[in-house]
Design a protein around this ligand. Structure first.
Ligand code: 5GP
Ligand code: MN
Length: 327
């Protein structure tokens, strides 16, 4: 931390980056660090590879976030000028898409703060705890270790709360510890309204989104009790039918896990030019290895993802084979 303190005090222009298709933890941790550094009078900006779901828009200053896919020139100028770059909630440059080009070229000091396993060698400093429930919790602890918890305020607290809430399935995954609850208690004392945040994120569905959920569970979920596994597949045609918007399938992969005896679930989504896979598991079943070995991806023990350039039919066949192999 002494070294990091020095780097922080020496740096003037700071860029915070996070992974593609940013989720609650990615945006929550990035904006929490952004607000904290602004309070320290730093010149700081958050750059994301692409859009994030609308249900995260309520966080203070989401409108100041730069989107690399639509603001390339602006983002590249900021990265070129930066003397310090934070990489939050990702462990490898392939998780940030084309944003890896300017980031890879930059000579700024690079600091990773993350909770994924096996970080790749692309930064100067790593603050990594794979046991941590979220990068947002690591941001709280980062500020704590700097001895600057007095700088926390409601805006920072809301961002950290959101990241912890979304990455712990509302404080229920095994990664939720007593420390997590102590942090949440502190945030509530700062004026953070957890109930309001829960409503912003989980009670702002469109009618289409809820009907897509109904369709997925009734028509598209295939359960294999003999393998303790289940999957849901969604084609481009179906997504269009339900006016799919970014974030609309978030959480869908978790539903089959609530069936008694099911400990491995997959959501297979047909994208414009590839197939994306979302994996979840519980108990002794670990999905990060499966994602890495068969689906060109990775992630956490109980939540992972991947991507293949195959047809939807081939993707489904592959998932069924893997389910048979690992039961
Ligand atoms: P989700 O299913 O929510 O999209 O992703 C769950 C977790 O899987 C993420 O936190 C991330 O760690 C990991 N993940 C998702 N997609 C990919 C991918 O394409 N590559 C890798 N390495 N990890 C992924
Ligand atoms: Mn995370």
């Amino acid at each position: 931390m002494q070294e990091i303190k020095q780097i922080l005090s020496d740096s003037k222009s700071i860029v915070i980056t996070t992974h593609k298709s940013p989720d609650g933890d990615a945006i929550g941790s990035s904006l929490a660090l952004y607000h904290f550094l602004k309070k320290k009078n730093k010149d700081v900006v958050v750059i994301v590879p692409d859009a994030f779901p609308e249900f995260l828009n309520w966080m203070v200053e989401t409108e100041s976030i730069i989107h690399y896919d639509t603001q390339v020139e602006e983002a590249e100028k900021l990265i070129e000028k930066a003397d310090l770059i934070f990489s939050l909630d990702y462990n490898s440059l392939n998780r940030i898409g084309d944003l890896s080009n300017p980031l890879g070229k930059s000579e700024a000091t690079k600091v990773v703060i993350d909770h994924h396993q096996d970080p790749a060698d692309f930064a100067d400093h790593y603050i990594v705890d794979t046991k941590s429930c979220s990068t947002s919790q690591l941001i709280y602890e980062f500020i704590e270790n700097l001895g600057e918890l007095d700088k926390l305020d409601k805006a920072i607290g809301e961002c950290i709360y959101c990241g912890i809430m979304t990455d712990t399935g509302s404080f229920r995954y095994p990664s939720t510890t007593s420390k997590t609850h102590q942090i949440i208690a502190h945030l509530i004392d700062l004026g953070v309204d957890g109930s309001k945040i829960h409503q912003e994120v989980y009670d702002t569905y469109s009618e289409h989104r809820l009907r897509l959920l109904g369709h997925a569970l009734t028509e598209k979920m295939k359960v294999f009790p003999e393998y303790g596994a289940a999957y849901i597949s969604l084609s481009q045609k179906e997504l269009k039918q339900f006016s799919f918007k970014k974030g609309d399938s978030e959480g869908l992969v978790n539903y089959p896990l609530s069936i008694d005896g099911i400990k491995f679930t997959v959501l297979i989504t047909e994208k414009e030019d590839n197939i994306s896979f979302s994996f979840r598991s519980k108990d002794d079943f670990h999905v990060n290895k499966i994602a890495n070995e068969h689906f060109n991806g990775g992630g956490h023990i109980y939540a992972a993802g991947g991507m293949l350039e195959v047809s939807l039919e081939e993707a489904i066949k592959k998932v069924e084979e893997v389910m048979k192999q690992y039961n």
